[in-house]
Design a protein around this ligand. Structure first.
Ligand code: IMP
Ligand code: MG
Length: 177
């Protein structure tokens, strides 16, 4: 698996250090408010588990599947959200994503949840690829900005592979071209 990685972009230690800071920042911002953290599956599962452990107060957790359909490494723009029961009404919702690319997935999620009357909505993403944005998104918490490369590991996949790598790496182009 590792020989399919061009280079390590963010090490395990860098991830851990940054996620500790993000957890502290969220704790400080919600000092008097309850938190409802929503994990967008599958890519965010590892980030989510580490992040909530770094928020030093009770956090309600929920999980939702969202899939943006890909042709290779290009998202097709088609986003499907599993709209099962996540009751966000009156909650301080924080949507936790793995990566924002075009912004279409988050735009669809925000539009969906706004109608369900949460008290507030914020967005937290581990990675952001701002160069690729098609739909503008207000992001409240960003772990790292990354270049326009296809990255895998720490939850992120290519064709359902590499999610269990403990770091973020750039995938060799020969794997997908
Ligand atoms: P968006 O809707 O284009 O913003 O795409 C967001 C989704 O595409 C993310 O939640 C990921 O699942 C996937 N994605 C985008 N870029 C990458 C990448 O570099 N590696 C792995 N998945 C990616
Ligand atoms: Mg995803």
């Amino acid at each position: 698996m590792n020989d399919e990685i061009e280079s390590v972009l963010i090490t395990k230690e860098e991830l851990s250090e940054r996620i500790t800071q993000l957890g502290q920042q969220i704790y400080d911002d919600y000092i008097d408010e309850p938190i409802f953290a929503l994990c967008i599956l599958r890519g965010s599962f590892m980030f989510f588990a580490d992040l909530v452990r770094n928020i030093g107060k009770p956090v309600e957790v929920a999980f939702l599947h969202a899939a943006s359909y890909f042709e290779g490494t290009e998202s097709s723009g088609h986003v499907e959200i599993d709209k099962h029961m996540v009751d966000v009404s009156g909650k301080n919702l924080i949507i936790i994503e793995d990566i924002i690319d075009s912004g279409r997935t988050l735009a669809a999620l925000i539009e969906h949840f706004k109608e369900l009357n949460p008290n507030s909505i914020k967005v937290c993403t581990l990675l952001d690829k701002p160069e690729r944005r098609v739909v503008p998104i207000d992001v409240d918490y960003v772990g790292f900005e990354v270049p326009d490369e296809f990255v895998v590991g720490y939850g992120l996949d290519y064709d359902q592979k590499y999610r269990n790598l403990p770091f973020i790496g750039i995938l060799k182009r020969e794997i997908y071209s």
